[in-house]
Design a protein around this ligand. Sequence first.
Ligand SMILES: Cc1ncc(COP(=O)(O)O)c(C=O)c1O
Length: 368
Amino acid sequence: MHVPFFTFRDFPAGLEAQVEAALVQEWRKKQFILGPTVSQFEQEFGQYLGGAEVVGVGNGYDALVLSLKALGIGLGHEVIVPSNGYIATINAVQQVGAKPVFAEPDAQSYNLTAATVAPLLTPQTKAVLPIHLYGQSCELDPLLQLCREHHLHLVEDCAQAHGARYKGQMVGTFGAVNAFSFYPTKNLGALGDGGAVVTQDAAVATWLRRHHNYGQSRRYQYAQVGVNSRLDSIQAAVLRVKLSYLETLNTERQRLARQYHQLLYGVGDLVLPTVTSSATGHVYHLYVVRTQHRDALQQYLAQQNVQTLVHYPVPPHYQPAYRPLGYQKGDLPVAEALAATSLSLPLFPGFTEPEQAYVVEQIKRFFS
Ligand SMILES: Cc1ncc(COP(=O)(O)O)c(C=O)c1O
């Protein structure tokens, strides 16, 4: 058997036919840029989130950059970011001219917490930018409280957590301005690049609607110097279909995660994903286990035709691109340990029972 890390399957059955139909229908409308389907998707996603302004943009990275810009964050400011995330989050901070400051994640949830952020605050700190990593919502109340006390903005990176809830409320509705990616493999994925900025603030939404379209207020009138970062109508059409199934897709991911948990509990030295409290919902964008034998296990699984990935093998502060920030080996031990021990197992909607059983069997064999 060959088990892919991820592949697109027709789950739930009929989804692919609906996506194809939506593509053809959208093509026939011939309103490729900022057509009515984009506004429809923005409204529907806003409703899904429980009430929010949504502005579709070109990708998740742009969503982060525009979120920071909308809050006036730039040169001379510091933004606290997790030391164990994806590089896009850090690049976005750097892109607006601010300085990324790395905070260690919690060793169980792998998410940023108020406890590690607090000691890093300086008069230059303007925002805290947590990632709901692998699909689990951060413990947001203490972060929000810290931000309130110090007059900081909270910006949520929701690229891996569409539909995850904190205390029953959707992520993406807590921070001042928040970012989503619709990269194809995300829980809510387009057929190419796409992203969205989400805010509760109507004035910020108005600014964003201008800014992402060259700063245009009315046709050929430019109130501000903007950029071009728009969600394509054709992607919005696909996202409307997939959004209607997001709860189903996330429920399936959660079921698969529970299966893994039952079948892998107590195997070798595996540390399974931990949902750290009843407040922090998890939608399992990734199912990440940890082991001291990570490289050997990954190699063994590859030999058995099971594809796995590492999210992420090199922490951002080790990357040559971020050497100028001056971090040394050993400065961020939790992030460094996670990079050395984490392994993401295959998990995606449409993943079959025999496939999952095969992965589990191979892992048990490796540890026996
Ligand atoms: C946590 C996180 N932030 C930001 C991004 C960037 O999104 P995009 O690839 O759409 O630019 C991604 C994913 O790719 C991500 O996982």
